[in-house]
Write a protein that binds this ligand. Structure first.
Ligand SMILES: Nc1ncnc2c1ncn2[C@@H]1O[C@H](COP(=O)(O)OP(=O)(O)OP(=O)(O)O)[C@@H](O)[C@H]1O
Length: 314
């Protein structure tokens, strides 16, 4: 029997699955973040190692023939070198059954690819990821790929939670100044953060050392305000939807044809202000045969399928 490991390394957690050649899942391990750009290669190594250990503890003794790691930001060759170093270190570990995996059977890829393959169940289609940030990635039958966005919170990530939260806070400040329409976001941010005055947002965003994730965690404030009928919040949400549609349009058009499944992944799609419904209506009106689906499997499952493919099992 052949066994593979599929790893999904994110900014909050790392998940490892063990799969056999019949696509049965035999083990699942979870550990902390492994986004090495933010936490460093050593910390990423520790997370990946403990996720693998936890997964194979459930399988009994096996020999793993292939491993696929889908990691945020693993698209560039420099990143791949760093991750290859991490895997070499892991192969030295006496506790892991991966020391003899052939280099060809070690696959390092962008987490958008594993999200696509897991979400759809094969490697053809489009994934629209909207969490803290956003990225759209697609692959067609001929193996051509197209990526749009995913440039981080300064250069891109339109339609993501960070952008929504910042747009919401800026709108609150403009309304407070009297520069623009009044919005309930002023009171909502005050209540959410326990502030006496909206001016205290300065303390929160500049002085408390809040990072991208903390700021992005305020996106639901805008979502709720939109649900409650606040026009300013609704426009922020609609602008996010337009950006997600725009990015998806480029990918679908470039991959030629409208006969695709589009899978939506990430927590922004859970917004109560109908982000997903509005996105679906727009995309389906434009592209006749596109179907928008929820993920069939998780990204680590997609990583396992890619590892099996390398062994010619799918
Ligand atoms: N109802 C909502 N409306 C808007 N944004 C939301 C809502 N619920 C959650 N979010 C936002 O989704 C973001 C988290 O997204 P997700 O769970 O996809 O994780 P991620 O940080 O993008 O990914 P990973 O952990 O894999 O790196 C948070 O910033 C959160 O504020």
């Amino acid at each position: 029997m052949y066994y593979v490991l599929g790893i999904d390394g994110g900014g909050t957690k790392t998940i490892c699955l063990v799969m056999n050649e019949q696509r049965q899942i035999l083990g699942r391990g979870e550990a902390g973040a492994s986004n090495y750009q933010s936490i460093g290669a050593n910390a990423a190594l520790i997370s990946i190692e403990s996720a693998i250990k936890a997964a194979i503890e459930q399988t009994g003794k096996i020999q793993v023939q292939a491993i696929c790691l889908g990691l945020a930001g693993a698209g560039r060759s420099k990143d791949i070198e760093v991750i290859q170093g991490i895997i070499r270190d892991l192969q030295q570990s006496p506790n892991l059954p991966i020391e003899w995996i052939l280099p060809n059977n070690i696959i390092i890829c962008h987490d958008a690819l594993t999200a696509l393959v897991g979400g759809i169940g094969n490697d053809v289609g489009v994934v629209v990821a909207a969490g803290t940030g956003t990225i759209v990635f697609g692959r067609n039958q001929q193996g051509q790929t197209k990526r749009v966005g995913g440039w981080g919170y300064i250069l891109g990530d339109e339609g993501g939670a960070y952008n929504i939260a910042v747009a919401g806070m800026k709108a609150a400040m403009r309304a407070y100044d009297g520069r623009e329409l009044s919005t309930c976001l002023v009171e909502d941010f005050k209540n959410q953060l326990g502030l006496e005055s909206i001016e205290d947002l300065i303390e929160v965003v500049y002085r408390r050392g809040w990072g991208v994730r903390e700021i992005a965690s305020l996106a639901p404030v805008v979502d709720n305000a939109a649900v409650n009928g606040d026009e300013v919040a609704r426009e922020i949400i609609d602008e996010g939807v337009r950006e997600l549609v725009k990015a998806t349009r480029v990918v679908v058009t470039e991959l030629v044809g409208d006969d695709f499944e589009i899978v939506t992944v990430g927590s922004v799609w859970k917004a109560k202000s109908n982000i997903r419904k509005k996105f679906m209506e727009s995309i389906c009106a434009e592209f006749g045969n596109v179907r928008v689906i929820l993920p069939r499997y998780e990204p680590a499952y997609g990583a396992c399928l890619l590892a099996l493919k390398q062994l010619h099992f799918s």
